[in-house]
Design a binder for this molecule. Structure first.
Ligand code: ATP
Ligand code: MG
Length: 553
């Protein structure tokens, strides 16, 4: 797209702030909770946060929001780092909210001293019962008027592990009649005797999200703290805490969560798919995790392009999965090496080709690249594999491929004519017999014959065998998260394995992650499950229906 892109609403805010000299440069952060692998929704947040500082100057931190010891694991930390790097972004500092536990504890003491926080012995049910409703004010807890000394003492004893889980909390003392329910004396700290992936057993009280996130932003002097819309009501508390603690005034801005049709973007639900074995791990190529998309053959460029196209929005909407597929095709079309692979083999014999003869034909590696990306030699012989679907015993209208008496070009080789075919006792075609036109060799065609169809092929004696995995969408409905149990919408036919496809010999040396276009079949990449004897290819995405165009070449 060549038209000048207009600024999104976040860029407008940033430009305004820079123009007014509010900040000399900007600092953003990407703040994942390490409780799962990153998905496409996160990719959009990553592109937004890193994209801003790349555009306007400044830097972006990677901050693990690891304040909930129960669900967080080091495995997730490692995968998140790998995924952000793979997407092509470099963070300035690798930070952990858990590193701020001592500072946050001091902040809590400051609030207690200012009579802005108190220790409450109420259970969570009791706290909820006194919360009120959006239309009715809440009621003060009977522990609200504890003295500063008593609060300091009790809070220290909470930290020292003297009380069981859930028996006490530290709450902010704001206003139990506040119109914003989150401002009705929110809980700041809870007791949790749990092992933390980084701080071990050092702490048994943990700050709540609201007491950790804004303060962490402030400690890092984050200028624009971007989060998704569900945090709009939290902004007031975010600002209140910063103001009362008199610390760097980070500001929160909200944008709409990005969700995609036919998939799930929630770590919790993705975890369920993994745990209940609907998929083969977090990086199953059907998962819209970043690792799944990587394994499927998506490129960082195509994911960034997708995120750029969907941009940021103020309102939630479902983004069409086909836009992502479009972006992937666009990029792979430019970079993928063209190769031949026959996924559903049918034997073809050229009866007038000298028995035992083998010659080399040359084919472009990538017609989209300069000079066709160079050429490769492919062995050609009189005994070939072709795609079963390229032959029709009784041709349909406008059928330009093989049929009795019909002529086609074998890609980069000769024009052939179907002379005969053989069927087995079940009526299944088992072999096609053709003649070839020796003067019709590609690049040196003096035959004067024009054919409309071109088909791909593999020389039988030179073919290598491969497993090919074809993926379909993981869900049968556009919005599986909409209602009910999302697992009931799983497409049980989302993986089709072809265990004996034939591939051209040059593919034997493919390396994991390399991108190919199997001519007329789609884009493929070598899977990590490959062995030397049996390469495994994942179909990244199908081709558009380009057959009509291809056949003119
Ligand atoms: P999940 O529900 O999948 O766990 P989350 O928002 O809890 O998502 P975090 O690890 O807390 O996940 O998110 C890190 C950052 O990524 C946050 O700033 C969050 O707002 C953003 N993010 C998460 N999901 C999406 C999404 N679908 N679209 C845009 N941004 C997202
Ligand atoms: Mg979360």
């Amino acid at each position: 797209m060549s038209e000048e892109k207009s600024l999104n609403f976040i860029e407008e805010i940033v430009e305004e702030d820079l123009k007014n000299g509010k900040y000399p440069f900007i600092i953003t952060r990407f703040p994942p909770e390490p409780n799962g692998y990153l998905h496409l929704g996160h990719a959009s947040s990553i592109c937004l946060n890193f994209g801003l500082t790349l555009k306007y100057g400044g830097y972006t931190n990677l901050r693990f929001d690891d304040t909930n010891p129960v669900t967080e694991e080091t495995e997730y930390v490692e995968s998140i780092k790998e995924d952000v790097k793979w997407l092509g972004f470099e963070w300035k500092n690798e930070l952990y909210a858990s590193d701020y536990f001592p500072v946050l504890y001091q902040y809590a003491i400051q609030l207690i001293k200012k009579q802005l926080a108190y220790v409450d012995d109420s259970t969570s049910e009791e706290i909820a019962a006194l919360k009120g409703t959006p239309t009715e004010p809440g009621k003060n807890s009977s522990y609200r008027e504890r003295s500063v000394e008593e609060n300091l003492h009790l809070f220290e004893r909470m930290k020292n592990g003297e009380f069981p889980d859930g028996s006490k909390t530290l709450r902010a003392k704001i206003d139990m009649a506040h119109p914003n329910m989150l401002m009705r004396d929110p809980v700041l700290y809870r007791i949790k005797h749990a092992h933390h992936h980084r701080t071990g057993d050092e702490w048994c009280i943990y700050p709540m999200y609201d007491f950790a996130h804004g303060q962490s932003d402030s400690i890092e002097k984050v200028t624009h703290s971007l989060c998704t819309l569900e945090f709009v009501p939290h902004r007031e508390l975010y600002d209140w805490l910063i103001e009362q603690l008199e610390i760097f005034p980070s500001k929160q801005y909200e944008f709409a969560r990005r969700n995609l049709t036919y998939t799930i973007t929630s770590k919790r639900k993705l975890l369920q798919l993994v745990n209940e074995k609907y998929v083969d791990g977090w990086d199953d190529p059907r998962m819209t995790t970043i690792s799944g998309m990587r394994r499927r053959g998506y490129t960082p460029e195509s994911i960034r392009d997708f995120c750029d196209r969907i941009g940021v929005a103020k309102r939630e909407n479902l983004v069409d999965m086909s836009l992502l597929e479009y972006c992937v095709r666009e990029h792979l079309n430019k970079i993928a090496l063209r190769r031949m692979a026959v996924l559903d083999p049918l034997k073809l014999t050229i009866t007038n080709y000298p028995a035992g003869q083998v010659e080399e034909v040359y084919s472009e590696n990538n017609p989209e690249a300069e000079n066709g990306g160079g050429t490769r030699a492919i062995p050609f012989s009189g005994s070939l594999w072709i795609e079963r679907e390229d032959f029709m015993e009784v041709p349909a209208k406008k059928w330009f491929r093989l049929a009795p008496g019909a002529m086609v070009r074998l890609k980069s080789a000769y024009i052939i004519k179907c002379e005969d075919f053989i069927k087995d006792e079940n009526g299944i075609v088992t072999e096609i017999k053709c003649s070839y036109i020796p003067e019709s060799k590609s690049g040196n065609d003096t035959s004067g014959i024009h054919v409309k169809g071109t088909i791909h092929w593999i020389s039988a004696a030179h073919a290598a065998q491969a497993e090919v995995r074809l993926y379909d969408r993981l869900f049968k409905v556009e919005n599986p998260a909409d209602e009910g149990d999302f697992t009931s919408y799983i497409n049980t036919d989302s993986l089709h394995i072809i265990s004996n496809a034939y591939i051209e010999p040059s593919l034997k040396t493919a390396t994991a992650g390399e991108k190919f276009q199997f001519i007329r079949k789609g884009y493929f990449t070598l899977d990590k499950n490959s062995t030397n004897n049996k390469p495994v290819f994942n179909r990244t995405v199908t081709l558009r229906d380009t057959w009509a165009k291809e056949s003119k070449k």
